[in-house]
Design a protein around this ligand. Sequence first.
Ligand SMILES: C[S@@+](CC[C@H](N)C(=O)[O-])C[C@H]1O[C@@H](n2cnc3c(N)ncnc32)[C@H](O)[C@@H]1O
Length: 221
Amino acid sequence: MRFTTSHTEVEAEFVSAALPADAVVLEAGCGRRSRLGDYRDRIGRLVGVDVDANAGAENSSLDQFVRADLGRRLPFEDGSFDLVYANFVIEHLEDPPATFAEWRRVLRQEGSLILLTSNVANSYLAVARFSPESVRSFLKRRGPGVAARDVIPTHYRANKPHVLESLLGAAGFESVSVTYVATLHRYAGERPALAALLRRAEQILPPRRRSTIVGWYKRSA
Ligand SMILES: C[S@@+](CC[C@H](N)C(=O)[O-])C[C@H]1O[C@@H](n2cnc3c(N)ncnc32)[C@H](O)[C@@H]1O
């Protein structure tokens, strides 16, 4: 399996391949910004869902924002979307099976699910997971530059490769392509030597233990 350190490059590859022309897309847990803004030439309609109404109101890439809880029934008809996209949302879900079932329901027959999420089979993330909230918040601010208001509670209920595969399979998804990306270097901030060390530390891990899961799935028949 290839070694890659850019989750955005893998995501771009999957999104470009998965989007039909004039696609209708649901961004689940859209937050304040959407990377799908870069694909508006291929997206006819972009709908965002989030529990945080303030974040959704700020998200200027969307055609429509709907405040809703991803753990409950979503206010969309069956088969409404060509793509469901979730960028660093799964780690926050309290009931992943319910959420995955809803994502499948609202997807069209040939629809795709693309997700990015943390992999707690990665030893470093597994340790970080049990550190105090204040420490995790500090690391996210100093590293990837996440604002304090956007550091929200995590549950990691579907954040190991075999758990995610099993829950998505049970919900009626099959994988098209899954890549495990080494992203810990983002926590190094402006320290290139530390970034290089973290890249190397992940390179020697088995691929399924690298820190970020980027997956593309289709509805199974
Ligand atoms: C880490 S942020 C990512 C936001 C955005 N996807 C991005 O890439 O910037 C996670 C988002 O998921 C939302 N979220 C978490 N659990 C949710 C739920 N059960 N229902 C709806 N939104 C949820 C949060 O409010 C937050 O905006």
